[in-house]
Design a protein around this ligand. Structure first.
Ligand SMILES: [Zn+2]
Length: 261
């Protein structure tokens, strides 16, 4: 009997310890306390100093203020992508992501940083989960309606489809494509039940026609957090997930950022 109890106890301990290590894979928030230093946090969370500085867009020499909130990125070394917009320079992009111009040049084979073409895909080395977009359904994505102009399936009017539709049976789990802060969780016109997440660097993602919403406005979510269940709410002809990526409020083609097999 006693042995059984010990066994249960160690199993529980193991599960707790395992859950503890797992959570390190996601972005966390750290409330700065007395005595905290960037070095100390780097050791505590086992995340490179540079990644913490990069995630918070601060200098390595910054003095931390008590009560300040810091993002602690996961240990992922995934690369992120950025598409050159009108007016962009490599210097702006480098400053934005807190990386060196030279590192961007090396990663992208750019010999002359002065000539950037609009639409060029720029790899941001070690963008990690703060800057990358992941599959919001975690199942192979099947596109049922593309991004762009189309006759609206319900109204028949020729209009812009600001997102991409993925096949999803009602009740399919929907995951945050990227870490960020929930800025909308509720009903919104034709979108039905929808969640909007604001990310670093002026991007937002939107998940429409949900049957259930599992997050609250203002909540911080890691990449891969379940934010709701897919459905058929709002103006929709059948169960699916409507997914949008917006940059400074304007929709972008999601397939630029998401790989669809
Ligand atoms: Zn749609």
């Amino acid at each position: 009997m006693k042995r059984n109890l010990i066994h249960i106890f160690t199993t529980v301990l193991f599960i707790v310890a395992f859950a503890g290590t797992q959570s390190k894979a996601g972005v966390q928030q750290h409330l700065v306390q007395k005595g905290d230093t960037l070095w100390g946090l780097s050791r505590k969370y086992k995340v490179p100093l540079k990644s913490i500085a990069q995630a918070n867009r601060i200098k390595l020499t910054k003095r931390l203020q008590i009560g300040e909130k810091l993002l602690i990125p996961g240990t992922s070394t995934q690369d992120a992508w950025y598409f050159v917009k009108a007016g962009d320079t490599l210097w702006n992009i480098a400053r934005h992501y807190n990386v060196k111009v030279r590192d961007l040049q090396t990663a992208n084979g750019i010999s002359s940083p002065r000539h950037l073409q609009i639409g060029t895909r720029i790899r941001i080395p070690n963008g990690g989960e703060l800057f990358t977009f992941a599959n919001p359904l975690r199942v192979p994505l099947v596109v049922t309606s593309k991004y762009g102009y189309r006759p609206h399936p319900v109204t028949g009017r020729y209009q812009m489809h600001e997102g991409i539709d993925f096949r999803a049976a009602t009740g399919t789990r929907v995951y945050a494509s990227r870490a960020g802060k929930v800025i909308f969780a509720g009903r919104k016109g034709g979108y039905g039940k929808v969640v909007g997440i604001e990310h670093e660097d002026d991007f937002t993602t939107w998940y429409g026609h949900l049957s259930r919403i599992r997050v609250k406005n203002g909540q911080w979510v890691s990449q891969g957090k379940v934010i709701g269940l897919s459905g058929n709410t709002g103006i929709s002809t059948g169960p699916h997930l409507h997914f949008e990526i917006r940059y400074k409020g304007r929709s972008e083609k999601p397939t630029q950022y998401l790989t669809i097999q």
